[in-house]
Design a protein around this ligand. Structure first.
Ligand code: TRP
Length: 373
């Protein structure tokens, strides 16, 4: 078993999600949790039934509060450093579903200082430029502008900063070191950053003027920040935020070779602005295959959908369970070849991206409706 690393800034290796849940001290989403959710939402998103969103902290608090007729808020974010790829939008798609089902207000943080602080090669001007590019992708997901606030940290600081100070005062250097693996050579901006990511979890209570539940849909690596937020919440008199956590979309080269899709390795990522031709080329050329080396062997032995990236991606993008099951069985039995499986994914993604790219263009006229400063 190869080792893996998951921190908010690094994801590597073949991730054992059960181990990770233990490591992080979060909870698996149980059938009973989903049953309670379904009572409210009427149906379950396939991300839930397929355990793409699979873990949580204090999710029950949110449901309980909602059932009492209280308002709940959603909060998520994106640190701009480059173009948006398909892995990034998985939590956003789910957040949009939650917004519709709970008719909830959404706070969308764009920490344009984060990657500036953590990387050597990005200026604040560059992260700001990426922020606007990324916001187009966020708007394209279809959030309700009447219920969504998107903000850049460096602009919204006048609202965020004083709360960040309240939080920062409760986090010692030794806690930050133990939580994030920092040492004496990390810059002090890196130490402070987690307080900025905590603030929006408390804004619901601040805005409403009474204790208000905040649910944070995000990839599991981000829970590390919110563990600190939950510790601090008690100390400064806010409700603990809840998280609902997802796995990573594997990179094209497969979960064995890399933990998640990465923007820095072109061959492993499909970007939201990729052309149909480039989607086809990347998948045909790079997607790790669970097929056999020759057609004869494949027909005889069948393929392995569990390690096949094209199949794994379909579990994220093909919403129809029956279609997915049919593909699984046909591929496993050898009836379906790798090229055919890849073509199904290519067609699926290109339909999805055409629609996304159209909305992304329209988003240029909508930006002002979403951004708060
Ligand atoms: N740290 C996140 C990133 O690297 C950005 C972020 C800020 C975020 N606030 C969040 C992500 C809340 C999820 C939930 O992209």
């Amino acid at each position: 078993m190869k080792d893996f690393i998951v921190t908010p800034w690094e994801v590597k290796g073949n991730i054992d999600y059960d181990k990770l849940v233990n490591q992080f001290g979060v909870k698996l989403l149980k059938d009973n949790d989903l049953k309670k959710l379904k009572k409210i939402t009427g149906e379950l998103h396939y991300f839930l039934t397929r355990k793409i969103f699979f873990a949580h902290m204090y999710f029950d608090n949110v449901l309980e509060s909602y059932e009492k007729g209280e308002k709940i808020y959603l909060y998520t974010g994106r640190a701009p450093s480059g173009p948006v790829h398909l892995g990034h939008i998985i939590p956003w798609m789910f957040t949009k579903w939650l917004q519709d089902k709970f008719k909830a207000s959404l706070l969308f943080q764009i920490p344009d200082e984060e990657k500036f602080l953590f990387k050597d090669n990005l200026t604040l001007e560059q992260t700001r430029k990426w922020a606007y590019e990324n916001i187009l992708d966020i708007i394209a997901i279809g959030f309700d502008h009447k219920k969504t606030k998107i903000f850049l940290d460096t602009d919204y600081a006048k609202t965020l900063y004083k709360h960040a100070c309240m939080i920062a005062k409760k986090i010692t250097v030794s806690t930050a070191k133990a939580t994030f693996g920092f040492n004496d050579s990390n810059n002090i901006g890196e130490y402070f950053y987690t307080s900025m990511q905590s603030v929006p979890a408390f804004l619901p209570t601040i805005f409403e003027g009474k204790p208000t539940q905040c649910l944070i849909p995000c990839a599991i690596d981000q829970d590390v920040h919110f563990r600190l937020t939950r510790d601090v919440a008690d100390k400064i008199g806010y409700p603990k935020p809840s998280t609902i956590l997802c796995r990573f979309l594997p990179g094209l080269q497969g979960m064995q070779s890399e933990g998640k899709m990465s923007s820095s390795v072109q061959q492993t990522a499909i970007f939201t602005t990729d052309s149909p031709k480039s989607v086809k080329e990347k998948i045909m050329k790079y997607a790790f295959s669970g097929g056999q080396p020759t057609i004869e062997e494949h027909r005889k032995k069948g393929g392995n959908p569990d390690i096949d990236v094209a199949y794994q991606w379909l579990t994220f993008f093909e919403e129809d369970d029956k279609k997915l099951e049919k593909i699984y069985n046909e591929y496993k039995s050898g009836q379906m070849l790798t090229g055919e499986l890849k073509q199904i994914l290519i067609d699926k993604l290109n339909v999805f991206l055409a629609r996304h790219q159209e909305r992304r263009e329209k988003a240029k006229d909508l930006i002002d409706k979403f951004i708060v400063e």
